[in-house]
Every structure is written in structure tokens, then in C-alpha cells.
Write a new protein. Sequence first.
Length: 492
Amino acid sequence: MTADHTRAPVLEALVDYHRQGRLAFSPPGHKQARGADPEVREVLGDAVFLGDVLASGGLDDRLTRGRVLERAEELMADAVHADHTFFSTCGSSLSVKAAMLSVAGPHEKLLIGRDAHKSVVSGLILSGIEPVWVEPQWDADRHLAHPPSAEKFEKAFEVHPDAKGALVTSPTPYGASADLRAIAEVCHRRSVPLIVDEAWGAHLPFHPDLPSWAMDAGADICVTSIHKMGSGLEQGSVFHLQGDLVPAELLKMRADLLGTTSPSVLLYAGLDGWRRQMRLRGEELMGTALGLAAEVRAAVEQIDGLHVNDRDDFCGPGRADDLDPLPVVIDLAGLGISGFQAADWLREHRAMDMHLSDHRRVGAQITHGDDRETTGELLAALQDLTDAAPDLRPAPRMEVPAPSELRLAQGLLPRDAFFGPAEHVPVSEAAGRVAAEMITPYPPGIPAVLPGERLTEPVLRYLRTGLEAGMNLPDATDPEFRTIRVVTRDAE
């Protein structure tokens, strides 16, 4: 039967809920806004509360006989050529953990690109999976990591033939994409699954000029954040499945371990509506966004001191396989300021929030929600930034290690180090000790230190100088990073 993508089961069920004038003696306790604080209602509007109903025993009956969510998930799967789709209201941080747990268990091996998001590391801590780290493609000149190559996964499997599968992040927050077809082929020759953390790639299935997306490239499980590059609400995520290497019922069961029993219908509605929008108008909307991004890229390149990283910078031998042009990543080296300084200046002086920032770059994310008015404001603000740059203090010196110095040796499993006996020591005395916490520059959220890794002076110096330069380390147990949590010596 042909899927009818003009339908939106969650949205239609909400309309029916209100048409029937249902009266709930059940959660949520605000009772369709009537009990909500008046100031909250004034700020949020009653529409938020009117859409906040129970998923079962509200939107659907107590036995979910209307199949509201199931029908919405089936339409999403059809829209992106997956066999199965599951909605998550806990973000891709949950979805990727569910994917990992469906492929490997405690003390089993999983090949993982070392540029993985901190949510992957959290999955390792919770599960006890043994990571086999696969090195990214390091750009030593730009101090940037791109996804690992298929050849690196091949070599890792040769050393660890008992690995249960592989996980790769593609695209990165910088738009760099892996050769997913080649990596999937490496996995499938061994009859093991490939998980793709495609949190930044919700839009990829909907235009031929974008990098290939995971399902079309042959991945088995794909995790996507609809709120990042799509038009869903924050925390709205989906994970897709195809093939028979991971049973659908197993993936669902693993997800149930982590998911909430009180999912947000608001988030379901955002996912459902976005699927309909993209399936009906996705190529048109993405085409317009791509044209707009091309205009922005060309205009930024004309501003003195700014350079837009493009395919020549990011793609080629030893680098990324492809590039999503919608994250407009701007190198500020010509201005002599850091991305942290630029992001702070743009927020304070132009009321503008940027996508990402690091020691030398700032990113402006273009989506189908932008137009020439918003991009015009961006370009004007960037010109103002270049005019103001000479009056800003020089970029604080960050001691960014060479790629060979960034890699820390894994001494213990992440779970064992995280939950084992630990103590805090001064950062100045921590070199050589085994970390018992995760330290993550954010954004983009790729941990520099994992539990179980043996700390080195170059990495500690990078984090110390980075914090002083404006880097955000949100998960450090000591916010000032004067001390660090390490495994006690007798437990190393």
C-alpha cells in the first residue's frame, strides 16, 4: 500500500482530542493550561499546554488501539527508505545508546571513531562495552578531526575480529562526512552491523546535492536529531533500522531500558509534522537552503580576514569524503581572534548566537528556516565583527597538541574507571594518572579525556589553556579545572 504523506497521525489525533473536548483526570497536572502559572502561560502561550497530553490514555487510548505513534513511525520510515523507525523524546543522546546496546553487550567489543560525541562515551560507561578506538582523519594544520576512513575500520577489524560491529559519526558538526558506503561494506563482509551517529544529518535524505545519508549508504542503524538540522523541537530524535543484522524487537527492547514512560506528545508532533513537510516539500526547501548557503559562503569569503572552509579545505586524501555546505564554518585566523571571542562578541553586540566555536573558527548553521533577511543580518554582523576585531584583545594562546599527542592510551574500561575508586588531584600533578571522569570541550561535544584514559601533560595543558581562552568544559567535576578526578593508584 502506498504511504499517504499528506497525513500526520500525531497532529490529527491532537485535533481530534480537542474536537471531542476530552476531560482528563490524569497527568499532566496543568489540565490543559488551567492549572499552569499565569506568568508561564503568558510567556509560553496556551498552545504549549494544549498540546501536552498523555501519549496513551490521552492522545491514544490506554491500549494504543488507534496506533497513532506506530502509524507516524511507519510514515517516517517510508519517507527515508528505512525498514523501521523509532521516535525518541530524549534526544539522540538516548538513541545512540539504544543503538549501541542492541549491537554489543558488557565486555564485548565495538569499533568506534574516537571523534564520537560524549553521549557515545556515556553509553560505554552504562553498558560496559569495550571500545576499540578508530582514529579520525586528523588535519594537523587546521587542528580538526574528520571521520575515520574505511581503511582504518578494516585494519581495526583485522586486529579485533571479535568486534560486534562499528560506530561512526557522520556528518560531524563541521559538516565533514565519511565514506559510509565503504565502511558499511567493511562491516557487512564480516556480517556485523554499522551504526551511524547522523545527529547532524536529518536533512540529508531530501536533496540529491547533499552527502549520501546512512540508510542509502547501507548502514544498519542510523540516529538522527530532528531538532538540529530539521524543524522538530529540541530533544526530538529518531533512529532508523534496516536489514536483518539487528532485530527490530531487540532495538526496541534496548531503547525501552533508557526511554521515558512519559514521552512528550509535543515532541512527537514536531517529528510527525517535520516528516510530512520534508516528504512533500523537502527537495524544494533544501534546494533553497543550499542556494542561500552558497550565497553566504561567497559573501563571507569577500570579508577581509575571514575564510569559509570549503571542500578544498575539508575533503580529499587523508581528510573527509564529502561535505555538507549548510554548516558555514568560518576560519578567523586572519583576524587574530578566537572563535570563543567571536561568539561572545556577536551575542553581546549583535544579539546573535552561533552554531559552534573553537580556538580559531565559528560556525553559522543555515537551514530551510533561513532567508535573505536572516542571512543579511549574519553578513552585516560578521562585517561588524571584523571592524571591531582590532580593538579586541589578541586571542589567548591555546596550546593545541599535535594529533599524535591528542591520543590517550586506554588503561581501563570507561565503566570501570567511572564507577571505581577515585580521588581528586591537582591538574598539575595528574599526568600519568588514569582519568575517572569525562572532559569535553563543548561544542562540539567530543571528549578530549575519557574515563579510563591515561592523562598526559599536552592534553592537560590544552584543556587548561583552552579554559582560560574561553573554552566550555561543562562536564568537568571541577568547573575551574584546578583538579581532576582520577582512579586511585591501587585500582589502576
